[in-house]
Design a protein around this ligand. Sequence first.
Ligand SMILES: C[S@@+](CC[C@H](N)C(=O)[O-])C[C@H]1O[C@@H](n2cnc3c(N)ncnc32)[C@H](O)[C@@H]1O
Length: 232
Amino acid sequence: MDQELWQWLVETKDEPLEGMAEFFDARLAEYETHMARWRQHYQWMAELLPATVTDLLDLGCGSGLELDAIFAIRPRLRVTGVDLSAQMLAKLRQKHVGKALHLVCEDYFRYEMGESCFDAVIAFETLHHFSAIQKETLFAKIFRCLRPNGIFLECDYIAQSREIEELLFAECARRRRRDGIDEAVFVHFDTPLTLAHEMDAIRAGGFQTVELVGFLPGDAHTPLIRARKCGL
Ligand SMILES: C[S@@+](CC[C@H](N)C(=O)[O-])C[C@H]1O[C@@H](n2cnc3c(N)ncnc32)[C@H](O)[C@@H]1O
């Protein structure tokens, strides 16, 4: 197993779990500096958005680092951003005054995405906290809300093996039991799936075409996946 991950598990084993929104609300000040390492990935996602996209849904948009890159090349795009953290959304609003930006402070598993409302849905570094079963339901909602030929782009980090995936879920469950936190409460603890498992969950959501776009040089942990809803 990855030495760095093992060390992190050992060092944090007695730390209490934090709720998802509370975690991000509390880290707003340093958040964008911390995420600067993904600059090229944000750019990459922006460039992969087809020119035909007019309505975009960003799940777990946070303060909108991917949207900074997207608006730089597509300033007139209509964007709906959904996030649990009110503080992150406030920061995003501040950065993009005057843009067609509809922000919703809600859990994206509960958010009513509608049917055939968007040309593209994106999720950047937000889905690595959930199980395959939770994601399959979400992917089915994403599939439904896309128009024919619509695409879903996901860029997130993956578990390097099934063993690591299972270990992280088991450790999260242990910490939940220790802290008396119910399964239904979102906590900030990373439980990524393997690439194959993630892509299978997207297929189970109804997508006919699911492809690995690739990895950026020097980063074998963060793939970009593209799924397409075929034209009717
Ligand atoms: C690591 S941040 C990524 C934010 C942004 N996509 C970026 O790359 O800068 C993860 C975001 O997902 C949000 N999030 C996690 N679970 C969520 C859920 N169930 N519903 C809505 N937002 C969620 C968090 O509040 C946080 O803002």
